[in-house]
Design a protein around this ligand. Structure first.
Ligand code: WTA
Length: 658
């Protein structure tokens, strides 16, 4: 276990002793999508039959022949089946009584909003699909997407799916360099971007970043540019390469036949941080993924026909892919997407949106909840939140205090809270309560979803007993699991399937209590979780040592009350470097520029040496002790224990790094 997990563990320990359990109300159970507890037993007994039953949620052009082919660690689901994800998310609803039902509700920055019915969405997706075809995109070609949270983003995803071109969305907050790296790894043919995005009333210059990225992307032939800002963005267009969305998409035909895809054809690539510097292209395929996200969305959020469902994530992350776009739309749900931030124009923004649209299901992150806690109960109290029925959280362990605050102040004690554990790699939620069925314990993600098997193991691969910490593994394949790392199958095997034979290693620590409830303890590898975003320590270190004055850097995630973790960097400078203090801001800026503002270090400490073992491995554990103000752990394996005591003294004298 890492020491960063320790504090969390202690608090959970206290809570476990307290034994707070919230039982589902009979009233909720009676109407719940997952009202019958037999679902667990049924799925455990015959998982393949369970998933085959769930697969009937989708429309298939050709039925599958085999539910699962599993040769560890290679899975194929629903082989022989043919289907199209966009057809399932849009066309079939547009052809039904849902034609005039809202598919997407878009709330933009103040003053802007747009509603697209399934019928309207179908036409937009088709226009975009035809536009992509006219730019030379064919089945199997990758399309990179770098957009803010406007309706063109889900439209672009679905247009790619419609013609069988895997998309690779890059979060709009990433830098030009990060974008370039991802485009090149995916060898994307077309980039879809915008002249800019709005963020708290100011412009994020997406096109300028894209242009910079495109200086080194040989595979990109065309760029489709959405005009979100207009004149003020002052975005340059490169003749022959760049085309405006408004000109090309709006004039394309609104009719497009869906490409019949094989079950195992790639639906998308999404890059995520791992334990090395190079982001991993997580590959998701068509049928299993769509079955997994549709089924989980149905049961976990208890979605009903006339509900308005709001997931506050950005579509640049997996949560947005699975639970703003594919899961909800496959189920014909009205999915709300929001462009802006929670405090613009004021701190009541989320609650005014809930009130405005009568949101029934809200899915957000612990870091947001902790921020709301800090802002106080007056903001939510000012709004009518009585439409809410289910509350979800995702992205990092939720501390019991935040869980209770959410339950009391947002759910007003009436709404089941679902703490959902999953990852970019898992594609779908895997550990979660089922509302109406599962008694919840604040701080616990409760139990594996029906059909999912999870185990907590020790270093040797033995299951640990109740209450003991260990490594979370998944012991049975599930339909939405990623199939490989794009272009790097060895890394897929090595990183996920080699620690425990035949089992998927998640990289998370966990424990299971006497009742079989899972308590997530945070990452046990070098991946940080900053405000719910995955960032590898190694990525930030690489960005730092890329600066001409930096000799060496060690980065750790230290505990932070709001963001979960904050980034602390310990840096040694080259001898010729100028005075240290002026450099801190410059280094922070350098990292933000290299990776993106989410990776900007919160603290920078200069040190003449880093604590290393005799085999020259940096001991991050000790750096974490320093940054979190703890007594130093075991220092006996250090090559030179004086280095760490000096660093600790220096830290205590200076206090804060600023
Ligand atoms: C963490 C986001 C505790 C975990 C969907 C995981 C969580 C990483 C939870 C994946 C949760 C996500 N409780 N920890 N409910 N949800 N995590 O790939 O450490 O961005 O490994 O996927 O977030 O982050 P990713």
């Amino acid at each position: 276990m890492t020491t960063s997990s320790t504090n969390h563990t202690e608090r959970l320990e206290a809570l476990l002793k307290e034994g707070r359990v919230l039982k589902p109300s009979e009233e909720f159970r009676r109407q719940a999508n997952a009202g019958d507890p037999a679902i667990y037993e049924r799925a455990a007994k015959d998982p393949e039959a369970f998933w085959a039953e769930e697969a009937k949620r989708l429309d298939w052009f050709e039925p599958w022949k085999k539910v699962l082919e599993w040769t560890v660690p290679w899975a194929k689901w629903f082989t022989g089946g043919k289907l199209n994800a966009a057809y399932n998310c849009v066309d079939r609803h547009a052809a039904s009584s849902r034609r005039n039902k809202a598919a997407l509700i878009w709330e933009g920055e103040p003053g802007d909003s747009r509603v697209l019915t399934f019928g309207m969405l179908e036409r937009e997706v088709n226009r975009c699909a035809n536009a992509l075809k006219s730019l030379g995109v064919r089945r199997g070609d990758r399309v990179a997407i770098y957009l803010g949270m406007t309706p063109e983003l889900p439209i672009a995803l679905l247009a790619c799916a419609k013609i069988g071109a895997p998309h690779s969305v890059v979060f709009g907050g990433f830098s030009a360099e990060s974008l370039r790296e991802r485009i090149n790894d995916a060898k994307a043919k077309v980039l879809i971007t915008a002249d800019g995005a709005w963020r708290r009333g100011s412009v994020v210059p997406l096109k300028a970043s894209a242009d910079l990225a495109l200086e080194g992307t040989p595979t990109i032939e065309h760029v489709l540019v959405v005009e979100r800002i207009g004149q003020a963005a002052n975005a340059a267009m490169k003749p022959g390469r760049d085309v405006r969305w408004r000109e090309l998409v709006d004039s394309s035909s609104p009719f497009c036949e869906p490409e019949p895809m094989d079950a195992e054809d790639m639906l998308y690539i999404l890059y995520t941080s791992g334990t090395t510097g190079k982001p991993k292209g997580v590959v998701h395929t068509t049928a299993g993924y769509l079955v997994g996200v549709a089924a989980t969305h149905h049961y976990i959020f208890d979605v009903k026909e006339n509900d308005v469902y709001w997931c506050t994530a950005d579509i640049g992350w997996v949560t947005g892919h699975s639970y703003i776009v594919y899961g909800p739309l496959a189920n014909g749900t009205t999915s709300l997407m929001y462009e802006g931030s929670p405090d613009f124009p004021d701190r009541g923004r989320f609650w005014s949106i809930v009130e405005k649209y009568g949101v029934n299901i809200l899915y957000t992150a612990p870091t947001a909840i902790r921020t709301f806690m800090r802002w106080g109960t007056d903001w939510p109290a000012k709004h009518d939140l009585s439409s809410l029925r289910v509350l979800g959280t995702v992205g990092e362990p939720i501390n019991p205090e935040a869980w209770m605050w959410y339950n009391e102040n947002i759910g007003r004690g009436r709404c089941p809270v679902v703490d959902t554990w999953w990852q970019t790699e898992t594609g779908m939620i895997l550990i979660t309560p089922l509302p109406g069925l599962t008694a919840t314990k604040p701080g616990s993600a409760t139990k594996p979803f029906p059909g999912i098997a999870a185990e907590v193991l020790d270093e040797k691969g033995q299951p640990v007993g109740p209450g003991a910490g260990g490594y979370l593994t998944l012991t049975r394949p599930w339909p939405a699991m990623f199939r490989t790392i794009y272009g790097d199958p060895d890394r897929y095997v090595e990183q996920y399937w080699s620690s425990y034979s035949g089992k998927y290693f998640t990289g998370d620590g966990a424990k299971v209590d006497e009742d079989g409830y899972f308590w997530l303890l945070g990452r046990v590898d070098d991946v940080m979780n900053v405000a719910g975003h995955r960032i590898s320590t190694y990525e930030v270190e690489s960005a730092l040592v890329d600066h001409p004055f930096v000799a060496e850097a060690a980065v750790i995630g230290r505990k932070d009350d709001v963001k979960g973790q904050a980034i602390a960097a310990f840096v040694t400078l080259k001898e010729s470097s100028p005075s240290a203090d002026t450099l801190k801001q410059e280094l922070k800026q350098h990292v933000a520029q290299k990776i993106g503002p989410i990776a900007r270090p919160d603290d920078i400490y200069f040190t003449s040496e880093l604590p290393k073992t005799r085999s020259a491995k940096i001991m991050r554990r000790l750096l974490r002790d320093i940054a979190e103000g703890r007594v130093l752990g075991d220092t006996t394996t250090l090559a030179d224990p004086a280095v760490i005591s000096k660093l600790k003294r220096q830290y205590e004298e200076k206090g804060n790094s600023e």
